[in-house]
Each structure stands twice: as structure tokens, then as C-alpha cells.
Design a protein around this ligand. Sequence first.
Ligand SMILES: O=C(O)CCC(=O)C(=O)O
Ligand SMILES: [Fe+2]
Length: 371
Amino acid sequence: MAADSLPPCEKFEPVSPTKEVHDFVSLRTVDLATYDDGPAARQKIAQDIHEAMTTQGFFYLVNHGLSEEQISRQVDIGHHILKNTPEEEKQALRAPMVEEGSYHGFKPRGHWRTAGNVRDKVENFNISRDMTRREQPKVMTPFKPEIQNFIDYTHKEILFKILHLFGIALKLDDEMLFVKMHSYEGHDETWLRYMKYYDDYTEEEKKSTGGLWMIGHQDFTSLSILFSQPMASLQVRDYQSTEWKFVEHIPGAIIVNAGETMMWWTGNYFKAAIHRVFQPPQDQRGRERCSVFYFCVPNDEVVINTLLEQSPVLRDAGVEMAHELDKAPTSKEWSNGRIAITGRNAVWDKKGEDQNVTEEKVGSVTTRWFR
Ligand SMILES: O=C(O)CCC(=O)C(=O)O
Ligand SMILES: [Fe+2]
């Protein structure tokens, strides 16, 4: 669709890039430009992924086929929906996070807690690739075809390519195994997220949070696809030094990270990036941050455990099974369980041995929070 024939939408005004941060985390870049050039070309990209995933668990993805305009249009649509949906309708379309362990719908501010037990200032609107699963807000109606195209492209053209490359990197017997586990026609909790952070903390709240907007965590996903945006606020914790560093904005790039599902599949051979969201530097404060994400989990029935039988790379690395055979969760059990508990407990009130990590049980498995 030509840009001038698109339905009108309020524009989101992003902050200008910061001039105050000079030591951004150094992340590798994976370039999809040669993906269609045959097995040798794909092998080379898979090596880059292998490098990135065994070190930071985070990488930039370029030449993925979506333009900067297409991405910023999605940011505008997210802003438009979050700004113009009446409060009552947001309440009616609230995501059943605790009741069903699903994000599909609106997550209001304050549902999560951050440091010091302060309630979050983050609003989300989350959509399944099957939009018929939930009633959608009225203001979204004119944008539905565009949103569906964006989701479909991200799932089939970006996610599937990355998953294929992950299969090559692990030398899986069937290099399309991960793709098959995320079948587009299948049913699961994968979600497109429009996300707004509001920088309106009181002085007292700022003191309690120390500037933390979202607690350190690993996503529970297989892969998370973050569309880069200009507010310096996403931080990665270095695996070796445990130092937190800002991720630099690269216009048009996607930031990809693996979550706990990928960590379990690979027996922690591929790192699930530890990250958090922190208040930006002074020159970007007091402004809204609006961004777009695609969070991916496998189809509901997929049992998640380490792929030792399928991957000589994992066997050579000598990794151990993540779960005992009868304790491995299905994607549905894990997703629903993890969504239901996220941000609900005052995790820092029960400090563990390591003062910067605390654990929480989700059914038969354990998740961790970081600071
Ligand atoms: O806002 C961000 O950049 C990251 C958000 C995040 O980590 C999450 O929603 O899991
Ligand atoms: Fe995250």
C-alpha cells in the first residue's frame, strides 16, 4: 500500500539520540542480505549467530526486509491505539495475564512491580497473529490489515529465517525443526507488543527504584524480536563482568535475543540475554517511549527440553539436559505459567544467596530475576 493511501494515524514523536552515553554494549551484527544465496552463504550467517549466541545472547539484525518507515509506522499505530482507546474499553479488553497466563489484550500500568515494590509505568497492547482470538479495540479497525501484514512478514520472513539459521548453527538433523515448532498455523501465545513507558515517577518512587523501569530478566521466549528505538534505556548485563550497559539505537535494525526456551533447548549453550530497562540519560528524560516487539514461543504442544539427540554441536559441547524427562514443560504450560507470575511478587524481599539474583518456581521449572 502506498504511504499516502494509508489510514490516518497520530504520529509518535520519538526522542533524539542521546549525546551522553559513550560506552554502549558491543553487540554483533547478523546480516540477512545473503540468506537466499544458498547453503554456503547461510552457513556463514549461522556462524555469526553461533558467535553472538554463545557470548552475549543478543545481536543486531540488518537487511531483514522491513524499512525504517514500516517500523516507525507501527510505532505510530501503537501510540494511536494506546492513546485513543477509552479507559473503559481497555478494561474490557484487559489481557487475562493472571487468570489465563496470556498477554493478548491490554496490560495496564501498575500490573508489574519493579525495585522497591514500586508499580510499573508501562502500558502494553498485545496481539496474537490470529486476531480473531480476541475482540480488538475499535480504534484499531482501520489498521488491522497493516498490522496483520506486519505480523505475517515478521513471523514468516524474519522469525523463520532466524530459526532456520539457529538450526544450521546447532547442526540439527532437521535444520527446519525450530521453524516447524513455530508453525504459523499452530496455536500459541506468541505476541506482537506495542509498548509505552511513561516517565512520570515521583521523587519518592525514583528513590525507591533507583531509576529501574523494568527488573532484570531473561525473556521466557524462544526468540524476541525488538525493533530498535532511540531512547537509551534497554540495558544488557554482560555475562562475564555482570556490568549493565545500554544498547545503542541503530535506525531500522532489529535487536534479537534468545529467551529461556532457547536456553533450555541448548542446555545454556546459547545464552538467554539478561536485560532490563533503566531510565535514560538526562537529555532523554521526561519523555514517552513507544516501541514495537514480536515475542515468540513455540506452538502450545511442543515439549521444551535440551536437543541433545538432535544436535551434535550440543553433544560435543557436553551440555546437560535442562529438565528431567517427566518435568519438561510444554510451551503452553511454560508460557501460561510464566506470564501469570511475571512482576507479581516482591521478588527482592526474598533475597537468595546471590544478592543480585532471585529465583521463582513456575510449575516444575525455575525462572530467575536479576539486578
Ligand atoms: O522495552 C524494552 O526495550 C525491553 C522490554 C522487555 O525486556 C520485555 O518486555 O521483555
Ligand atoms: Fe525482556
